[in-house]
Design a protein around this ligand. Structure first.
Ligand SMILES: NC(=O)c1ccc[n+]([C@@H]2O[C@H](COP(=O)([O-])OP(=O)(O)OC[C@H]3O[C@@H](n4cnc5c(N)ncnc54)[C@H](O)[C@@H]3O)[C@@H](O)[C@H]2O)c1
Length: 369
């Protein structure tokens, strides 16, 4: 049975929903049953997660008519073609509007399943069971769903909030260490955005948090996930559709997307590219006179302790190429690159009026040529 259960509510009026965080939640059907209104349930997962957790989830759904859709594993399958294959399965099995979809997996599965739920029969319910740290602290909360297009990542999508998010810490036991570190980049992001106490706690506890991945004592890890989700929930409640404050969550992402775009997706994990991006945002904020050298070192240090890169490393990126890739990011308006920068440590803002020369200097410092 679950111990140390934490529950937080994402407040969105009649679309509000709980996020359950704890251990062994996949052994307790109460978290599921109260959020499934009809009889038809489809669990969507992938070939990596299936042998690990599908049976557990199916065991909880004995009172429902359950179908399973197993997708191949990988970002390259986050496409409209995959979405269509799920529509086919739902239609063949005559799923109606009372159906519930369950996303069992990382951010890729969550984004695809959420988008299918948003559009099948003009919208059905779905539940998120995120199994990577990144999806637990970021993608499963907030209702952004979607797939990639050949001309851009996450370009086709919808806002569709889940009925519940069920975060079972035990699923992290099988997560590769690199994927865990990538998720830590997003945890650190929340601390840097506006929660300096959280940053101090992470600095103090990072080793124990990392140990929580494989060992019994998961209390600090649960706490870090809870605080991250709480920060995200607060921002989403204020700005569901990303027209204002939610854009702060893009700290490090415009640089990171540029790096991923130039090097090809998969060279760095997304969280690793975001970590480098946060270091670049910190350095630009220093050149703008808002952060001290000590602040920048503090940011680099917590990212390194989490096992994340702070430089582009051995890869050869041309600064002008990175600049061009960043300009293609969808967060650009009127030709200016909109960036999340620091006013001070723990206090970020959205800026378009930084010095272009300073941005170019940062790019040349981080790129080899
Ligand atoms: N919707 C949003 O708000 C939002 C936010 C951030 C990221 N995203 C999206 O999330 C995706 C990245 O998510 P991700 O980092 O979770 O990647 P992912 O879903 O590809 O998972 C990473 C890898 O870990 C495997 N895996 C997942 N859980 C596991 C477990 N418990 N044990 C062992 N292996 C496991 C997966 O099969 C995969 O191979 C991207 O597509 C990104 O665009 C969405």
């Amino acid at each position: 049975m679950s111990t140390k259960l934490k529950i937080l509510n994402v407040e969105l009026g009649d679309k509000s929903y709980p996020v359950y965080i704890g251990r062994d939640l996949l052994l307790d059907k109460t978290y599921f049953e109260k959020h499934i209104s009809g009889q038809q349930v489809m669990v969507v997962t992938n070939s990596t997660i299936e042998p690990l957790y599908l049976e557990k989830v199916k065991n909880l759904l004995g009172n429902f008519e359950v179908q399973v859709k197993i997708l191949p594993d990988g970002e390259q399958y986050k496409t409209l073609e995959t979405v269509n294959s799920i529509f086919d399965a739902l239609l063949e099995e005559k799923f109606d509007r009372s159906a519930t979809l369950i996303a069992l997996g990382g951010g890729v599965i969550g984004d695809i399943t959420g988008f299918v739920a948003a559009s099948y029969l003009r919208g059905v319910d779905f539940i998120q069971i995120p199994t990577t740290l990144l999806s637990q602290v970021d993608s499963s909360v907030g209702g952004k769903t979607g797939v990639n297009h050949t001309l851009g990542k996450n370009m086709i999508g919808a806002f569709h909030q889940p009925r519940a998010v069920i975060i079972d810490l035990e699923t992290l036991n099988t997560l590769p260490t690199g994927e865990f570190s990538a998720g830590m980049a997003e945890v650190i992001k929340y601390a840097l955005l506006g929660n300096i106490d959280f940053l101090s706690d992470l600095e103090k506890n990072i080793d124990s948090i990392k140990r929580g991945l494989h060992q019994e004592d998961k209390e600090l890890l649960i706490d870090a996930i809870y605080r991250s989700c709480a920060d995200k929930a607060e921002i989403v409640s204020e700005d569901e559709r990303e027209s204002g404050v939610r854009r702060l969550l893009n700290l490090g992402h415009t640089f990171g997307h540029g790096i991923e775009n130039v090097l090809g997706y998969g060279t760095y994990l997304h969280g690793e590219a975001v970590a480098i991006g946060m270091c670049m945002a910190a350095r630009l904020s220093q050149l703008e006179g808002n952060l001290s050298a000590e602040d920048v070192d503090r940011i680099k240090s917590i990212l390194s302790l989490a096992g994340l890169p702070c430089s582009i490393g051995k890869y050869n990126i041309v600064a002008t190429q990175l600049y061009k890739a960043m300009s293609l990011d969808k967060k650009v308006i009127d030709g200016n690159i909109r960036l999340v920068l620091f006013l001070s440590l723990g206090n970020a803002y959205i800026s378009q009026d930084y010095s272009e020369e300073n941005l170019k200097q940062v790019l040349s410092e981080f790129c080899h040529s």
